[in-house]
Design a protein around this ligand. Structure first.
Ligand SMILES: [Zn+2]
Length: 427
């Protein structure tokens, strides 16, 4: 299958825009050029007119729990600890594996229509999640959430092993698996040692929630005499490639520990704001050279799965909090949801770039609206002026999933109806 997107706007390495074309062979971008492609039109199976469209890398969501879309609006305006223990965990215990598949599909509808092509997931019934990803066509990094406080902890370790063996690099390589201990406060040292033994056995990266709230940090210091970051480092977690979600309440020593171990960070500004958790020191992470991606977290705590909004928040929030307009430039914020996001997930190899040889994970946005004029700086318009609903087309791995705002791999009406039925049952 050969595809050309012609007469389309593109951004060069400096963020300036130009008119040109992109060709895709199978799953890969094979040319990116200015002006008109010299190959005859007949050499392409599909030709997409890119007039009034800007072609961008698909966005990468570095942290989330897709099926929590079923709990959107279920429990709002409550602090994290109460939200989790009294509302979310009891509701999640009533979700069945088929529910998880519908919830993941509901999340994928929202992610695709907002230009996200890769997402990270930490949840349970992960075979259902993987099936949804395989059928829906997205790229995903999946981990069976591990909680050591319940009798099912041991079983979850075995499920991780089975899941990794069955699904790592499945769906033509679109699915990768990692080991997902939920957090230091739900995985006590004895259990965490078992998690690390499994990580060693499977040779996969770790994803974990770290220092999300001030209370978590205070409790950890009281119990172990160390911050969660120092505690996890002492346990040996960071000896493995690790993606740490949140890191809201970290001190300078914590940042140095994270940097020394090359821990990657998923910054979730929207979720942290909504749960009143605080604001992670993103500028300090970036200044120290840490690899950072952006995430939405679950739709129960955001309540959107919209990376355009996270990108804009990341660019605005730190300027305001630190009273410095030079922090987190538009170019930086854009990189966090594209190339840096790919690095954060240990998925480099061109992902997050529009370049020859990169996987064809692409979104087209309609730039004919007034918010895109005049064209002083299209990159600034993307970060500060754009809106997710301008996304018109989405490719993942060379396959069109969304064309002219129509889903090609997911049955929107059925998924919405089934998700509504599950919601009614949850009460
Ligand atoms: Zn989370």
């Amino acid at each position: 299958m050969r595809t050309i997107i012609h007469d389309v706007s593109l951004l060069d390495d400096t963020g300036l825009d130009y008119e040109g074309y992109v060709t895709i062979d199978g799953r890969t971008i094979t040319s990116v050029g200015r002006g008109q492609c010299q190959e005859p039109p007949t050499s392409f199976d599909m030709r997409i007119d890119g007039k009034n469209r800007l072609l961008l890398p698909g966005f990468i969501n570095a942290h989330g729990h897709a099926a929590m879309s079923l709990l959107r609006g279920f429990a709002d305006d409550i602090a994290l600890e109460t939200w989790l223990s009294q509302k979310i965990w009891p509701a999640e215990s009533r979700l069945t594996p088929p529910d998880i598949k519908i919830g993941t599909q509901l999340a994928m509808l929202e992610m695709i229509e907002t230009g996200t092509t890769t997402f990270t997931d930490m949840y349970f019934a992960m075979d259902q999640v993987a099936e949804a990803v395989e059928e829906g066509g997205m790229r995903a990094v999946l981990g069976r959430g591990l909680v050591g406080l319940t009798p099912s902890g041991e079983q979850a370790l075995q499920e991780t092993r089975d899941f990794a063996r069955a699904y790592h690099r499945s769906a033509e390589g679109r699915i990768t698996v990692n080991v997902a201990p939920h957090a230091p406060y739900t995985c006590l040292p004895d259990f965490m040692h078992k998690v690390l033994a499994l990580t060693e056995e499977l040779a996969l990266p770790i994803q974990i929630h770290v220092s999300e709230t001030a209370k978590e940090v205070a409790d950890c210091i009281e119990t172990y005499g160390a911050t969660p970051v120092a505690h996890l480092a002492q346990l040996g977690v960071f000896a493995y490639p690790t993606l740490a979600a949140h890191c809201v309440h970290v001190n300078q020593t914590d940042i140095e520990i994270l940097r020394a171990h090359d821990v990657h960070i998923a910054h979730n500004p929207g979720s942290n704001l909504k749960l009143g958790s605080g604001v992670a020191p993103l500028p300090q992470f970036l200044a120290s050279g840490l690899i950072v991606g952006l995430g939405t977290d679950g739709a129960a705590s955001n309540n959107k799965l919209d990376m355009w909004e996270e990108m804009r928040l990341a660019a605005l929030l730190h300027k305001g909090v630190q009273e410095d307009a030079t922090l987190v430039s538009a170019a930086t914020a854009f990189a966090l949801v594209t190339s840096q996001g790919a690095k954060a997930l240990f998925l480099e190899q061109g992902l997050g770039h529009i370049e020859v040889g990169a996987p064809a994970d692409i979104q087209l946005i309609d730039i004919s609206g007034p918010r895109y004029f005049p064209r002083h700086n299209l990159l600034a318009h993307i970060v500060y002026s754009s809106c997710a609903m301008d996304v018109t087309d989405v490719f993942v791995d060379g396959k069109l999933l969304y064309r002219n705002r129509t889903f090609l791999t997911l049955d929107r009406e059925r998924i919405v109806a089934e998700a509504s039925a599950i919601g009614a049952r949850l009460g």
